[in-house]
Design a protein around this ligand. Structure first.
Ligand code: SF4
Length: 504
């Protein structure tokens, strides 16, 4: 097996975009999607009898909602790992013009990645998959999640003489795994590294022509395995299996390391954690509604979020209107439970460009109008229940209420299908400072005033847990309570209270 000098690495950066250094607020302030917490990454792995590249590519396109900053694919071919990655959407990085280069991604085993940065800057150097070579050969890795002790591990590894090419936690994760596997072998090495690595990681990894999948012991982020004929695929969400016509086999268990071969799945490390921390936001907003995560259908959870929201916060109203697209399933659930008719009273322009930071109130309202328009006959003279899945800053909701009032709404009652977000996330979601949250330090009445609504109701944490259908202790609700499943350095989290049940 060749060593590092023989690794063929093809880096294709989008000509149009080049290296991006856009501040994260750019997306946060998008009037229709930017107020949402942004999700992390998607990972894919494939092994079988067919060319890996088109299968990994199709999967990444299906999982595009999990990250839009960069995309990359690595395959093993002719004794080396080839990777192509670039900034932008999957369809931009792997576009018609680059098709002539597709032959460099030959082989029948591969991994893929789409990224939304949660640690490290937004630049080409931080795009996945990541590569390293050691005495075992070549290793490529795709990561969804965030390593909470990456800074300390980076210092330790640098003291041992390792050098870093990027600012990402994923490179720390890869070098930690690589180092331990080269000394102790794959199973023991990964086990030792897992003891050191804190945080969230769902991983697909190639070691030469072998494919592995690994999930952290609390199971923050999803990871699922499927099969069609003699081909195996591991993906962040089951919707990608459906698109390929693959049957779902099972989720990778929290704490489990599997090797996936053309002949089946071999468990190398059995997850044995008694504590789990599945991210509740996967069910509320991040995952596609047609996905099934850890045995629970996301769409069903969202309908239940809306139903229980209607139980907890009924409204005297004429029509239930979702904020498109994020509030749609919850609004349907609210309508079903309350008997108030559902209407698509707000229409989204799917083709308008992303809106950047607008300096004035007038320009921000215009930006919302470019993205959203009102069907006046559905709104005028009516008492409206406006439903969304969550509120972060509140700016967008404020603008939407104002355009509903201008369209003649008699009353606007806001109902939110999750509890108030009051604390940062450190496990792979772009919510880093508590100053971002409109709910922080305010009563519900005060938030209602800020938004300009006639009434406001948030789902309770109990209601959220009932809707998802998991045990409370199996869910992470850190951003709702400030109580995290993993101890976090106090200087990063002044309000953090460690949950007795999670620590130790
Ligand atoms: S803190 Fe919130 S967003 Fe982050 S993993 Fe936990 S539930 Fe998900």
């Amino acid at each position: 097996m060749s060593v590092v000098e023989d690794v063929a690495i093809t880096l294709i950066t989008s000509d149009r975009r080049g290296v991006l250094t856009v501040d994260s607020l750019t997306q946060e302030l998008d009037p229709t999607i930017g107020q949402k917490p942004s999700d992390h990454c998607a990972v894919v792995g494939y092994i079988g009898s067919e060319p890996a590249y088109p299968i990994v590519l199709a999967s990444l396109k299906t999982l595009q909602h999990r990250g839009q900053e960069s995309a990359g694919i690595a395959t093993f071919h002719d004794s080396s790992i080839n990777v192509r990655k670039g900034m932008g959407l999957v369809s931009e990085v792997f576009n018609e013009k680059s098709r002539g280069l597709d032959s460099s991604l030959g082989g029948t085993v591969g991994i893929g990645h789409t990224r939304y940065s949660t640690a490290g800057s937004k630049s080409m150097e931080n795009a996945g998959p990541f590569l390293v070579s050691n005495s075992m050969g070549h290793i490529a890795l795709s990561h969804n999640g965030e390593i909470t002790n990456a800074d300390r591990l980076r210092e330790d590894l640098m003291k041992q003489g390792l050098t870093f090419l990027t600012s990402t936690d994923t490179e720390v994760l890869l070098l930690e795994l690589s180092r331990e596997m080269s000394i102790h072998g794959i199973s023991s090495g990964v086990r030792i590294a897992m003891d050191r690595l804190k945080g969230a990681y769902s991983i697909t990894m190639m070691i030469n022509d072998r494919l592995f999948a690994l999930r952290d012991s609390l199971g923050f982020r999803p990871l699922i395995i499927g099969r069609f004929e003699d081909n195996y695929i591991v993906v962040s969400e089951s919707c990608a299996l459906d698109v390929l016509g693959a049957e779902k086999i099972r989720d990778v268990n929290p704490g489990e390391l599997v090797e996936i071969t053309p002949n089946g799945i071999i468990t190398l490390i059995t997850g044995s954690s008694k504590k789990l921390a599945h991210c509740m936001f996967e069910y509320v907003y991040f995952a596609r509604p047609d996905s099934i995560i850890d045995g629970i259908e996301v769409f069903h959870s969202r309908i239940m979020l809306g139903r229980i929201l209607a139980e907890e916060h009924p409204a005297d109203a004429d029509v239930v209107v979702p904020v498109p697209d994020s509030g749609r399933a919850q609004a349907l659930g609210f309508s079903n439970e309350s008997g108030i008719p559902y209407s698509e009273g707000l229409i989204k322009n799917r083709y308008s460009e992303r809106t950047f930071i607008m300096p004035t109130q007038q320009s921000r309202t215009s930006a919302v109008k470019m993205k959203l328009n009102v069907i006046k006959s559905e709104i005028k003279g009516k008492k409206v229940v406006l439903v969304d899945d969550s509120i972060v800053r509140g700016n967008t909701m404020n603008h939407i209420i104002s355009i509903l009032r201008k369209a003649g709404a008699k009353e606007v009652h806001v109902r939110i299908g999750s509890p108030e977000i009051v604390a940062p996330c450190f496990f792979g979601v772009d919510m880093k400072t508590r100053d971002q949250f409109v709910a922080n330090g305010k009563t519900t009445d005060e938030i209602c005033n800020v938004l300009g609504a006639d009434s406001l109701g948030y789902l309770s944490i109990d209601g959220l847990v009932r809707s998802i259908g998991m045990k409370r202790e199996d869910l992470c609700v850190g951003c709702l309570t400030g109580e995290y499943p993993i101890p976090i350095a106090q200087d990063k989290h002044p309000r953090q209270k460690e949950l007795e049940s999670f620590t130790g």
